[in-house]
Design a protein around this ligand. Sequence first.
Ligand code: SF4
Length: 383
Amino acid sequence: MTTTTDLPLLFLGQGADPASELGVQCPGELPPASDPDLVARAAAAKAALGDRVFVLGHHYQRDEVIQFADVTGDSFKLARDAAARPEAPYIVFCGVHFMAESADILTGDDQRVILPDLAAGCSMADMATFDQVEECWDVLTDLGIADRVVPVTYMNSSADIKAFVGRRDGVVCTSSNAERALGWAFERGEQVLFLPDQHLGRNTAVLEMGLSLEDCVVYNPHRPNGGLTDEQLRGAKMILWKGHCSVHGRFSKASVDEVRERVPGVNVLVHPECRHEVVTAADLVGSTEYIIKALDAAEPGSSWAIGTELNLVKRLAAAHPDKNVMFLDKTVCFCSTMNRIDLPHLVWTLEALVRGEVPNQITVDPETARHAKAALDRMLALP
Ligand code: SF4
C-alpha cells in the first residue's frame, strides 16, 4: 500500500524543510561526488585560503573530509581549538549543527563559523526543543520543586538549550566531565534535570555517582507531566530527558555477548551514550578521546570491540594494525547526519570562500550566546 506524505524528499544539501531540519541550502552548483578532481580542488582551495581558513574535523567524519582537517577532536575540543585560532576569519566546522553553534559562541565576533551542509544536524540534540524544556520547567515550577532542581545539559544540545540552562544557573557537560558536572550540580541542588541524553545521565549517575536506577526517572516531553506522577518527579534525584543518540543507542547487550563468544579475551570498550545494559556489560567505558587513548596504550596483539561511530572505529583499526580492532555491532552504524558532510560539500564551501562568499554561516544571537556561554564557562571552571 502506498501512502502520501507532505514531507518533501530532500536531495543532499539542496532544498529546504525548516519544519524538519535546520534549513538545507547549497545555492549554486554542488560538485558531483564522481568528480575525479575533488581532492585536487579541495587542496587547491585550501592552499589559496592559507591561514584564513581553519578546518575542524570531528572524529566521526568521513576519511575523505578528515584528510583536509587542520585538527580533529570531539565537539568540545574542536570548539576550544577554534577559539585558540583568533587570526583565522573562517572556521569550517566538519561536524554537526550544535557543534558549529558552540564554536560560534566561543570564537571572536569577527570569525565566521561555517557548516558545509546545513542538513548536518544531530537527532539527539533535536530531541530537546526549547519549548519542550520550558514546558518541563513549568511542570517542575507548578510542583514547587524547580528551586531545588539544577539543570545540566550535555554538549550535544542546541544553543537554545544551553542558554536555558545558563539562565537557570546550570552547567554544560561533556562525556569526559559528566561526573564532575553532576557533583557540582548536587552541591547546589537536590535534584538534577539532565538534558538531552538519558543514557549519559543514567550511566554517570549510577556508575560514577553511586545513585541507583530507582533514583532516576525518565521525562517524556510528548506526554503530560512527562509521563510521570508528581511523586515520581518529587522523589527522583535524576530527572532524565527522554533523548538518546541514534548511533550509540543501536548497540545491545546481545552484541557484547556475541563478540565475547566469538573473540576470546576481547576487550569491550563503549561510549557512555550507549544503553545502561551495554555499558555494564562492557569492560571499559569512555568518551571518544578516552577510546582513542585506550587504543594507543593497548598491548600489541590485543583484541578490541569498540562501541562508537563506525568512521572512528575504522580509522582506529587502520591506525593500529598490530591490534585486532573491530566494530561492536554486526550492522553498519554510521552517524547519518555527520556523513552529510562529504567531499563535494567541503569543496563547495572552500571554493565559495576563495571567491569571497561565506556560505552556510552559523550564528547564535548575542542574548542566547551570552547565557549559553555562562553555562559553558561554569563547565570550564569545574574542579
Ligand atoms: S553520533 Fe549521535 S550524538 Fe553524535 S551527532 Fe550523531 S546522532 Fe548526534
